[in-house]
Write a protein that binds this ligand. Structure first.
Ligand code: PMP
Ligand code: GLN
Length: 390
């Protein structure tokens, strides 16, 4: 008998894998796990193929291909007016996933507290546990009859932060609620930061998907916050290529140095030709500029289709996710609703309760399901038709 003394006894397959599996089994349309059902831009595919053909097809530098680090540098300056040194402060990682994991493992010490905002992306808490830290989960304010979206509770975040807090993990534009940060949120964050000495891990995987002409503001856009912030992002959503697993983190030199120590031994370096292809493509395309408009159309198409169903859409300010209120279907838990819809209506979704520490708790169940609209219009329309028949 082997001695499998688990470090993460409570961890199971993620809700994303679980619902994708159920969708496949049930031949359901998969609006659960967040990934597009269409190809990335042909020019990007050409650039990556070209990079594979012409090489190099050998190890990239541990910190990332210089051309891609330069592109990331220029992009962060253009969007957030924040300067990172290309050689010392920017690291290309295996998706945002690895950037987040390497950062938490590098920065959190046993006994440290890490503040997470519920609903929270599933990765954060298990990795904090691996690092020996303790997750302190602070809820967002759930939607009401009057306000059809979640809101950030800065007072509660402030109350949760104390001298033991090592890290505050933010994720805006927010998965799953679609909430974005406003300048007033950064004001509130600066106030808290002026009173306590903690680091910020800002997961900005959906940075380029923000609606109604708003723009994403990163904590790193404020010099006072940038000195303590690790900015993490990914090309998965921005380039419609979740399979490629290319992400990055930007942080002041002393923090980057520690993150790289973990990155070096977790993966060493990341796929060279894909980095080269992305760098070449991003140098000559304006595609990122039109991404928000592209997704806003899809959001609006899904919202207007859902009016003929029992699922009531909330407001989404960003990301490619839409929350719907499913209470008209009956008083089930969100997980039961999601399983029922997958099996009976043939549309897979994600229960928002899965983003809470205890998904069974009444505080985690607001009758909400998450729908991914990174899908072809025909897929969205077919899903709406199935849901209308409920
Ligand atoms: N953070 C958030 C909030 C996400 O939704 C995801 C998944 N798309 C990731 C990180 C992981 O990104 P990647 O696929 O680049 O590892
Ligand atoms: N981030 C994706 C989502 O929220 C899932 C990625 C994954 O399956 N780990 O759907």
């Amino acid at each position: 008998m082997t001695n499998t003394k688990s470090k993460l006894p409570l961890v199971r397959d993620t809700i994303f894998s679980e619902m994708s599996h159920l969708a496949q089994q049930s031949k359901a349309i998969n609006l659960g796990q967040g990934f597009p059902d269409y190809q990335p831009d042909q020019e990007l595919l050409n650039a990556v193929c070209q990079a594979i053909q012409s090489g190099p097809n050998q190890y990239a530098p541990m910190t990332g291909v210089p051309a891609l680090r330069q592109v990331i540098h220029d992009k962060v300056i253009a969007h957030q007016a924040c300067h990172y040194d290309v050689d010392t402060d920017i690291t290309v990682t295996s998706g945002a996933t690895e950037a987040l994991t390497s950062t938490i493992l590098a920065l959190v010490h046993p006994g440290d507290e890490v503040v997470l905002i519920d609903p929270a992306y599933d990765l954060y808490e298990p990795v904090v546990t691996l690092a020996g830290g303790q997750s302190i989960r602070v809820g967002m304010i759930p939607p009401t009859e009057k306000k059809h979206s979640f809101s950030i509770d800065w007072d509660a975040i402030s109350d949760a932060i104390n001298s033991k807090t090592r890290l505050l993990i933010l994720n805006f534009p927010h998965n799953p609620t679609g909430v974005i940060l406003q300048e007033k949120d950064l004001d509130a964050l600066e106030q808290i930061a002026s009173r306590h000495d903690f680091l910020i891990l800002s997961d900005e995987a959906y940075e380029h998907i923000v609606f109604e002409g708003e723009r994403h503001v990163s904590p790193a856009s404020r010099p006072m916050l940038a000195t303590r912030c690790v900015l993490v992002s990914s090309f998965a959503k921005t380039l419609h290529a979740t399979a490629w697993k290319i992400g990055y983190c930007c942080a002041p030199t002393d923090i980057s140095k520690e993150i790289r120590k973990v990155h070096q031994y977790a993966v060493y370096s990341v796929n060279t030709p894909i980095q080269m292809g992305i760098a070449a493509y991003l140098k000559q395309t304006q595609a990122i500029r039109s991404l928000s408009a592209f997704y806003q159309k899809k959001r609006d198409r899904l919202v207007s289709g859902l009016h003929s169903t029992k699922l009531k859409p909330l407001h989404a300010e960003g990301t490619f996710f839409l929350l719907v209120d499913a209470r008209e279907l009956g008083g089930f838990s969100e997980k039961e609703l999601a399983v029922f819809l997958t099996r009976q209506a043939g549309v897979a979704t994600i229960p928002v309760s899965a983003f809470y520490a205890d998904s069974q708790s009444p505080n985690a169940n607001h009758h909400l399901l998450r729908l991914c609209f990174a899908k072809q219009d025909t897929t969205l329309d077919a899903a709406v038709e199935r849901l209308s028949g409920l």
